[in-house]
Write a protein that binds this ligand. Structure first.
Ligand code: 13P
Length: 214
């Protein structure tokens, strides 16, 4: 993980929040973004804020133990952000949103919850990979953070039932790009609907994983 200056991280969160809002991946006051700083503290979007109108100086700074250091009161989901950072030393940023198509997938009944989106395209496999579904807990419930902690040990992309995805990556730009890939795959999933779909084969998925390290 490359460490980022605090003022740069604040500006980046505000920039990407606006971009996600303008692209209609974020709406109302749903969703939260965070960046990990070099000393292990995190910058996370304030609770109940619109990602479209974030003020860099008011973004919450929270210690690795979850204590507010400065800024507005943090997202009620700061605890699952911290759980992901704990388990993924390589993670520098997290995106959690309630985008329409990904949330629709999270509301479906899935027989196999270890991977709820099929390998329809190479980019989905390369960027998102396997997408497990976690049980429903209300937003802010500490049990949600514990469920996230367990799955984050082995996955950078996960989906909270009846809620939405969490994506972690080295940088915020990368996490946003992976999130967008996931939302587009979810859109395709509904677009193809019940028609017979030609999925990538196990061999094709394995080749992508070998070549792109996905
Ligand atoms: P916060 O406003 O506390 O970040 O919560 C928004 C959200 O997306 C809950 O899942």
């Amino acid at each position: 993980m490359t460490s980022i200056r605090e003022d740069e991280a604040r500006a980046e969160i505000a920039h990407h929040g606006k971009l996600l809002y303008e692209r209609r991946l974020a709406h109302g006051s749903a969703g939260n973004l965070s960046v990990r700083l070099g000393d292990g503290s995190i910058l996370v979007t304030p609770t109940n804020s619109s990602l479209g109108t974030l003020t860099p100086e008011r973004i919450s700074k929270v210690s690795p133990e979850g204590v507010l250091i400065s800024g507005d009161p943090p997202s009620k989901e700061a605890f699952f952000h911290l759980a992901v950072y704990d388990e993924r030393p390589q993670a520098g940023a997290i995106v959690h949103l309630h985008s329409t198509h990904a949330v629709a997938v999270s509301c479906l009944c899935h027989e196999d919850t270890t991977n709820v989106l099929p390998p329809m395209t190479a980019y989905h496999v390369m960027r998102v990979g396997r997408l497990p579904l976690l049980p429903y807990y209300r937003p802010g419930d500490r049990r949600l953070a514990e469920a996230v902690r367990e799955t984050a040990k082995t996955h950078h992309a996960l989906l909270l039932a009846n809620h939405g995805p969490i994506i972690s990556a080295k940088s915020l730009a990368e996490a946003v790009s992976i999130y967008e890939e996931l939302e587009e795959t979810a859109k395709l999933f509904f677009l193809v609907g019940d028609r017979p779909v030609s999925l990538l084969t196990c061999e094709e998925v394995t080749e992508l994983e070998a070549v792109f390290g996905s």
